[in-house]
Design a protein around this ligand. Structure first.
Ligand code: C2O
Length: 535
């Protein structure tokens, strides 16, 4: 194993998309940002230098950060932000993981433009558990706003209403030509007939789940969230913000140009950006005058297309890569996730949209939770009384209940080291049903079951897959349905869990687990590094 050094200079950069320019926050002037490459077992040191006017922090999404929570990155959860003119070195070792992940800013809405790929190669001489591709490509999907992204959310928070949706989606930073801006660049993937390419697809969008497909080609899915799965072939991939998906693309046509499309998936009665981002697969030797083979993206509410993909995911669960699903459960939790409404005297309608887990709208602390925990200084920062069940049981997915309103708090749920958790995430129609990609920091989980409607604690657990469920760090909870996950709390620290639709996180759809130290010599959180930013 080796030590890899990266330098991330966070700088403003004037960038042109949709035929107009604006300054955006970037890492090293790039959008998307640089790809971080390492091998399993490597130690990575990223020096982040803040040259912009915003406070910032960077999260290595999906990296387990075993005992190194100080390097996880969510602002006010594991660290105070890096202030303008300051720097911080994120120092972590990649243990037991290989595949594709992403890094992104974890404060305000800066991750709209501050994000990039993490490519973790297997240990030297360890092959992939599938035929070695001839080449690999990173494909980062994103969103673009014509206006300043921080203004978009600040205005929304003032008004109490939903923020404007983005003006375009992007593939490797480009929307592709559109009717309003026909001349803009599109990403091009050059291929040779007969060869196989591994595409490392990342959804770095702020607020949109996406369909991904390529005209004339099927994709073989081999990995999600940096865990190997049983390979399967499919025409359309669905990928939520924070998720990553590796697919094999075999260039099995003789020649030609084929459209790549990234289009929104949102099974909820809310506004989404309906623009499809496009890119091209271009076969070597194809004349540029050749017509492109087109493809129709699925409609935005094509839940069966999404379910067809997600229900095909199974852990590889081989001798080398076993699925260690917890079978005995120490903590059985039931969390409702929902949008609600709270009174707001200064808002245009006298109320504001909020979001909650078990009717708790999470309030960001002024000091970092991890420091408070480590130094045993939690008074006035957080409490560890997060409810294991919703305060009022109701018909979660039926007609709208009247308990719209939520309580506020910085409440955490405490877990012993190496305890096991079963967590049922239930979407509710409190305000409106909507699918939520829920992300857990610090630990992967297994998705043991999911369904539409209310979770039935008597019958549904009988149908759980405890053999080869998919292992992930971000899971889509279906609109008006539930998802059950299980995990082992083997990482001492404070771990954020939230909806990866950034607008929902802003509204309060977040909480955190505190995992206590174990008694063994390698079972405790390491001390903070000396350059840890101060609040
Ligand atoms: Cu990718 Cu807490 O986020």
């Amino acid at each position: 194993s080796m030590v890899r050094h990266y330098k991330f200079n966070v700088v403003m950069k004037n960038t042109t998309r949709l035929c107009s320019s604006k300054p955006i926050v970037t890492v090293n002037g790039q959008f998307p940002g640089p790809t971080l490459v390492a091998r399993e077992d490597d130690t990575v040191l990223v020096k982040v230098v803040n040259h912009v006017k915003y406070n910032l922090s960077i999260h290595w999404h999906g990296i387990k950060q075993l005992r190194t929570g100080w390097a996880d990155g969510p602002a006010y959860i594991t660290q105070c932000p890096i202030q303008p003119g300051q720097s911080y070195v994120y120092n972590f070792t990649i243990t037991g993981q290989r595949g594709t992940l992403l890094w992104h800013a974890h404060i305000l809405w800066l991750r709209a433009t501050v994000h990039g790929a993490i490519v973790i190669l297997p240990k030297p001489a360890v092959p992939y558990p599938f035929p070695t591709p001839d080449n690999e490509e990173v494909i980062v999907l994103g969103e673009w706003w014509k206006s300043d992204v921080e203004n978009v959310i600040n205005e929304a928070m003032k008004s109490g209403l939903a923020p404007n949706v983005s003006d375009a989606h992007t593939i490797n930073g480009h929307p592709g030509p559109s009717s309003t801006c026909p001349s803009q660049g599109a990403y091009r993937l050059s291929v040779q007939a007969g060869k196989t390419y591994m595409l490392r697809i990342i959804n770095a969008a702020l607020n949109e789940e996406l369909f991904f497909k390529i005209a004339g080609h099927k994709l073989t899915v081999v990995e999600v969230d940096a865990t190997y799965i049983k390979p399967f072939k499919i025409a359309t991939v669905v990928i939520a913000p924070g998720q990553t998906t590796n697919v094999l693309l075999t260039a099995d046509q003789r020649s030609g140009k084929y459209l790549i499309a990234a289009s929104p998936f949102m099974d909820a009665p809310i506004a989404v950006d309906n623009v499809t981002a496009t890119a091209l697969v271009h076969y070597a030797g194809t004349l540029s005058s050749t017509a492109t083979t087109l493809i129709a993206p699925p409609p935005k509410n094509a839940t069966p297309v999404a379910t067809n993909f997600t229900s095909s995911l199974r852990s590889l669960n081989s001798g080398k890569y076993p699925a260690r699903v917890p079978l005995k459960i120490d903590h059985s939790l039931f969390f409702t996730i929902s949008l609600g409404v709270n009174p707001c005297a200064t808002c245009v309608n006298g109320s504001r949209v909020v979001a909650a887990i078990n009717n708790v709208t999470f309030v960001m602390p002024k000091k970092a939770l991890l420091q408070a925990h480590f130094f045993n200084n939690t008074k006035g920062v957080f409490t560890d009384d997060f409810p294991a069940n919703p305060p009022v049981a109701f018909n979660y997915t039926g007609a709208q209940p009247t308990n719209f309103q939520t309580t506020k708090g910085t409440r955490l749920y405490r877990l012993d080291y190496n305890s096991t958790v079963q967590l049922v995430l239930q979407d509710t129609g409190m305000l409106t049903p909507e699918n939520h990609p829920i992300h857990l920091h610090g630990m992967n989980f297994f998705e043991v079951g999911s369904g539409i409607g209310n979770f039935n604690p008597k019958t549904d657990p009988k149908k759980f897959n405890l053999v080869d469920p998919v292992e992930r760090n971000t899971i889509g909870v279906p609109s008006g349905g539930w998802t059950a996950i299980r995990f082992l709390a083997d990482n001492p620290g404070v771990w954020f869990m939230h909806c990866h639709l950034e607008v929902h996180t802003t509204w309060g759809l977040k909480m955190a687990f505190v995992v206590d130290n174990g008694k063994g010599p390698h079972e405790s959180l390491l001390p903070p590094p000396p350059d840890l930013p101060k609040c």
